[in-house]
Design a binder for this molecule. Sequence first.
Ligand SMILES: [Zn+2]
Length: 155
Amino acid sequence: LNPHVEAAARLVRVDSVNAGALLAGHDAILDGTDNFATRLAVADAALRLRIPLIAAAVGEFEGQLGVFRGWEADKPCYRCFTGADPERPGINCAEQGVLGALTGVMGSLAALETIRAIVPFGEDSAGKLLIADTLALRFRTLALPKDPGCLACAA
Ligand SMILES: [Zn+2]
């Protein structure tokens, strides 16, 4: 709807080899992918390129949203949050299922954070994790500290 927004669709699987080339030159990166291999490839490229990463995820009954700018001294990167090897057998969308309505909520919140990454307003969300708990129907925010031993962003 906004004539100043440029969108280009590409039918390519993002991986650690092509992520940097695909993502370079953008103002923000919004990741809603459903596997850690892609998430880590995107997160590593975002960190290298110094592009804000807005990462939204949905588990069975919980949504998570974080903004990552790990190149800044006091802000965590995505790997500060997940650790080096976040993959856990049997813990994925395909095997657990997700609430479709929750993906809509988290997608809209991620779109809002993407706007806030491009045109900052309000409190900075980097360094925090928003959790949507659908079992209690409540939102809460946790502090996400930078990991001083992080292999991706620690100096
Ligand atoms: Zn880190």
